[in-house]
Design a protein around this ligand. Structure first.
Ligand code: 6CS
Length: 296
């Protein structure tokens, strides 16, 4: 077994525990050492997936984009599409690994995951670091606010106009990028570690709003409750996402995109999009090249 294969098998055996821990320390501390400690990006990720029957997928578990079930099963709009396309490419399954948005690209670059399928929205800076497949979802942004929206927060401009407002965001997330690009000061931003914490920040008054994708807030309103979701934030950029692969995996992405194109034309794609509340035709009508023009 090559060093590379043994390292990957080793990491896979460690499961999610390996994420967030410097790769070299995991490898160095185990029976199999990897002299380079570097990434395994030399080989084709899809070929490795076929050989080993599984791909490690970075997710955050933010329904309807991604969801890690208690038994470890990974679902959600993006993982379900990834699994279907991978099955068409001879890869048996995918394994979800929970990774914060800010760590997803570093985890891919450190070979702690094989692909990101998390609703990691396309924008210029991310498109420079990974190779996105064609999009499978398009998204809008909203604010979660206290009932009645007492501060009348509807746009990013409203946040700029009232420097007393505090907005909860996920660190390294797309929404934090929107606020930074708009010039909203860090003093007005409250980093929260996960979506429930973001809702709690609204309910406890630590934040005046939680900035998150519309569909994620709709889901939270139904599961956690105690707040309301604003209409779509009109001055937030519209974007979308697809699977994100290592920068040197273009040949794998070309193969993946060919299979994805067939799947997007099938009823199976419509079924997944309908299940999770996304617009299948909207995703068919846009390209990665277009969404990678989104500033930020
Ligand atoms: O792409 C992102 O960073 C954002 N994507 C989702 C699905 N939720 C929040 C996150 O900030």
């Amino acid at each position: 077994m090559s060093n590379e294969l043994s390292r990957r098998t080793l990491l896979r055996g460690l499961g999610a525990a390996a994420v967030g821990t410097p790769l070299a320390s995991w490898v160095a501390g185990c029976s199999t050492t990897d002299p380079g400690g570097g990434t395994s990006s030399a080989s084709n990720v899809l070929e490795r997936g076929r050989e080993q029957g599984v791909l490690r997928v970075a997710v955050f578990s933010e329904p309807p984009y991604t969801k890690l079930e208690p038994d470890g099963t990974v679902t959600g709009a993006e993982p379900d599409v990834l699994r279907a396309v991978c099955n068409g490419l001879g890869i048996d399954d995918i394994k979800g690994i929970k990774v914060p948005y800010e760590s997803m690209i570093p985890s891919l670059q450190a070979d702690r995951v094989d692909v990101i399928a998390a609703g990691l929205f396309m924008k210029q800076s991310r498109c420079a670091e990974v190779v996105y497949s064609e999009p499978v979802i398009v998204s809008t942004e909203s604010f979660g606010v206290p009932s009645g929206n007492p501060n009348d927060i509807l746009t990013v401009q409203d946040v700029l106009d009232n420097t007393e407002l505090k907005i909860a965001v996920l660190p390294g997330g797309f929404e934090q990028g929107i606020l930074n690009s708009a010039g909203v000061s860090k003093d007005q931003q409250l980093s929260v570690s996960d979506n429930v914490s973001g809702v709690e920040a609204i309910k406890t008054g630590r934040a005046d709003a939680f900035f998150l994708p519309t569909l994620s807030l709709d889901e939270l309103e139904g599961t956690v409750g105690g707040f309301e979701v604003t209409p779509v934030v009109e001055d937030a950029p519209k974007t979308g996402s697809g699977a994100a692969w290592g920068k040197d995996q273009q040949s794998a992405v070309d193969e993946y995109n060919a299979e994805l194109e067939k799947f997007k034309a099938s009823e199976g794609f419509d079924a997944i999009m309908d299940k999770w509340g996304f617009d299948a035709d909207a995703a068919r009508g846009v390209t990665a090249k277009e969404l990678c023009q989104v500033e930020g």
